[in-house]
Design a protein around this ligand. Sequence first.
Ligand SMILES: [Zn+2]
Length: 100
Amino acid sequence: MALWSSRNRTETVTCLACGVDVARSDAREYDKHGDRWDRDDKTFEHLCKSCFGDLCHQPRDGLEDLLVDLEAGENSQGVFLSQYLSTVEDRYGPLEEGQD
Ligand SMILES: [Zn+2]
């Protein structure tokens, strides 16, 4: 814990898909409702670059509906992630292994 010095305090966000913490500046904002312009009272989800890339390879159609169906952000993250991943695999097939 003490290794994390206070001057090294990058704001981080948690990737919606894989759950890793990434610097906010490296994250991609993802609005599960698909409307990036209405920012009132909204919590944006974030994706790391890798997951964002994966999602962009998936058919976009229905993805927002899928996330809303799963009530992203309302379940605990662990529950959400497992539902999300199994639903995505169900609909679109397994995600390719990360290309990091
Ligand atoms: Zn990720």
